[in-house]
Design a protein around this ligand. Structure first.
Ligand code: ZN
Length: 190
């Protein structure tokens, strides 16, 4: 089932995700919906907060983007990133690797809004898979950027928080408008 994607202005985007204690059939069905939603929106990643649930679950799939490469290492061996996608991250922990690099970023909760964001070039990731088993990998390029963006969501952090001040100031009118529209839509629903 494709779930509605929450937009900027909805307070759930500022909530920290709760750890998943048991991967129940309900959790698995929710993750299947997240994958379907990410695919339908042509997103590179999606966090549970973005579909209204503050849980520590994110999904990533970099296959749709061909002009911004990714690297992937498992046990220090290079692996074709495409073969590893989509990747489901439950309770992920990340450690940055390398110097920050700047690259373009967008977010499904901020339609039509893009900005350059500096983030560490690589990331070491440990998470649980759908069977509740831990797995680890090291990502670089777009994959590293996507994982860091999604893990930020799980902590209630949004990409506008990582923008340069001047860029955020420039986008302020659009951000205010989006926030107001989201709040008005929520007010109509409740
Ligand atoms: Zn996002």
């Amino acid at each position: 089932m494709v779930l509605p994607i929450v937009q900027y202005g909805d307070p759930v985007l500022r909530q920290k995700g709760v750890r998943v204690e048991a991967i129940t059939p309900e959790v698995r069905a929710f993750i299947a919906d997240m994958l379907e939603t990410m695919r339908a929106a042509r997103g590179v990643g999606l966090a549970a907060q973005q579909v209204g649930r503050p849980l520590r679950i994110a999904v990533v799939d970099i296959r749709g983007i061909t002009d911004r490469p990714s690297t992937l290492h498992i046990d220090n061996q290079p692996v074709a990133p495409e073969e590893f996608m989509p990747v489901v991250l439950i309770n992920p922990e990340i450690k940055p690797v390398g110097e920050p690099v700047t690259g373009p970023e967008g977010c499904l909760s901020f339609p039509e809004l893009y900005a350059d964001i500096a983030r560490p070039a690589g990331v070491e990731v440990t998470a649980l898979n759908l069977n509740g088993e831990p797995f680890s990998f090291r990502g670089g390029g777009l994959l590293a950027r996507a994982v860091q963006h999604e893990v930020d969501h799980l902590n209630g952090i949004l990409f506008i928080d990582r923008m340069e001040t001047a860029k955020r100031r420039e986008l302020r009118p659009e951000l205010d408008e989006l926030q107001a529209a989201t709040r008005a839509a929520r007010a109509r629903k409740h």
